[in-house]
Design a protein around this ligand. Sequence first.
Ligand code: LLP
Length: 433
Amino acid sequence: MLKHDYMDINSEGHLVIGGCDTTHLAEEYSTPLYVFDEDRIRDNMRLYRDSVDKFYDGKGRILYASKAFSTKYMYKIAKEENLGVDVVSGGELYTAISAGFDTEKIVFHGNNKSYDEIKMAIDSGVGRIVVDGEGEIEKIDSISREKNVTTNILIRVKPGVDAHTHEFISTGHIDCKFGFSIENGEAKDFLKKAKEFKNVCIKGFHCHIGSQIFLLDPFRHTAKIMMEFYKMARDEFSLELGELNLGGGFGIKYVEGDTPLNYPDYIEAVSEVVKGYCKDNNMEVPFIYMEPGRSIVGDAGTTLYTVGTIKDIKNVRKYVSIDGGIGDNPRYILYDAEYDAIIANRANEDATETVTICGKCCESGDIIIKDCHLPKADSGDILAVMSTGAYNYSMASNYNRIPRPCAIMVSKGKAKVIIKRETYEDLIRNDMV
Ligand code: LLP
C-alpha cells in the first residue's frame, strides 16, 4: 500500500493531502474526485527549474508537457513558477492562452497539425513550432509569408534510442510516427529542404524518446546523438542553430517496486554530455529545453472513489467496485499500468487481502488495479488511488455517458475546485436532435 511521503495520516486514521482530510473532501465534493497537491506540483517544477541553473548554468528552460494534465490552473502555476509549456493541439494552446500564458514560452508539437492549428500558433506568437512532417513546413512558411513574419522552428528527429518502456509510449525508434529518423538519413534530407524556406528560421532540433523511463543511459545516449546531428547541421549546412530540446519521459512511482531517480539526475546527466561534447568540439553550448509532464504532476494527484459492490468469486477473484473506472483512468486497459491504493478512512490499517479494483463501466477490462493489497474493504469506504495526476484527467472520456469527475487543488488545509464535475446536462450539450 503506497502512500507518498508528502501525505499524512491524522489522529482519526484518515489520509491527509495538502493539509485536507480526504474523507472530508470526498464528502464535500463527492466522488470520484481528483485531488491535486499544489505544493507538490510546485516543488516538482522548482526541482527541475533549479537544476537547470545548477547543472547547465541556467542556459535552458523547463517546459511543462501539458498533455499530462491540461487545465487553465496548471498553466497559471507553470507561469508563476517561471516554466515554459509544451502544447500538442489547438485545444491545449487555447487553454494556455486563456490562462494568460506568455505565448513566447510555448512550444507547439504534434505529428499532424492542421492548417488552422498552425495559423493559430503563428497568430498567437508561440515561441517555437516543432516541425514533424514535410507538408507542415510548407504551411508554416506560407502562413508566415502572408503575415510577413519569420517563424522559429525546431525539427523533430528520431535518435533511434531504445527507451526500455512500454511500446505504446516509446517514441525514439525508427518505426514510430513522430519526426524524421537520423538513422536512415531522412532527418538530414529534410534539413536540406527545410533550410530553403525563407519565412522559417531553424533554431535547432527536438526529440523525445518515450515516457516513464527510469534509466539515465538512454538520455545520455540520446544527448550525444543529438549533439552529433546538431554539429553536422552546423558544419555541413552552415546553419546558425543554438537550441536543443531533449523531451521528457522521466519515470515516477506508481507502485512500491518503481524506483524513480531524483529528477535533477536527468538534467545533470544530459548537461554533462552536452557540455562535454561542446568542450571537446570547441562549440558554444546550445540552449536546452526539457519537457517533463508526468513527473511534474503525476505523483501530486490522487483519485478518491467510493467503494460499492463487492463480489468474492470463490477460488477465483474478489472484485471491489468503485464509482469511477476507465472513464477517469484508462491506463490499465491501455498499457497494463499498475497503481496502488489505500483505504483513506482507515489509512493506518494493514493489508489483509488481495483484491481487484474495478470500475462501473460495461466492460470486463474496466479495471483500475489488478491484485491490490488492502485491508478488508467495505461498501462506503473511500479508496485513494495514488499517482493519478498525469494522463488520467487528460485522457478521461464519457464512456457509458458517465460525467467526468471534479478536480480540486489542495494546499495548506484549503481546497479549490479547478475543474467542476460534469453534469448530465453537459453530456447532451452537443446532441443536436
Ligand atoms: N515531450 C513530448 C514531445 C512528448 O510526446 C511527451 C509525452 C512528453 C514531452 C512528456 O513525457 P512525460 O514526461 O510525461 O513522460 N498517455 C501515456 C503517456 C504518453 C506520453 C506522450 N508524450 C501514459 O498514460 O503513460
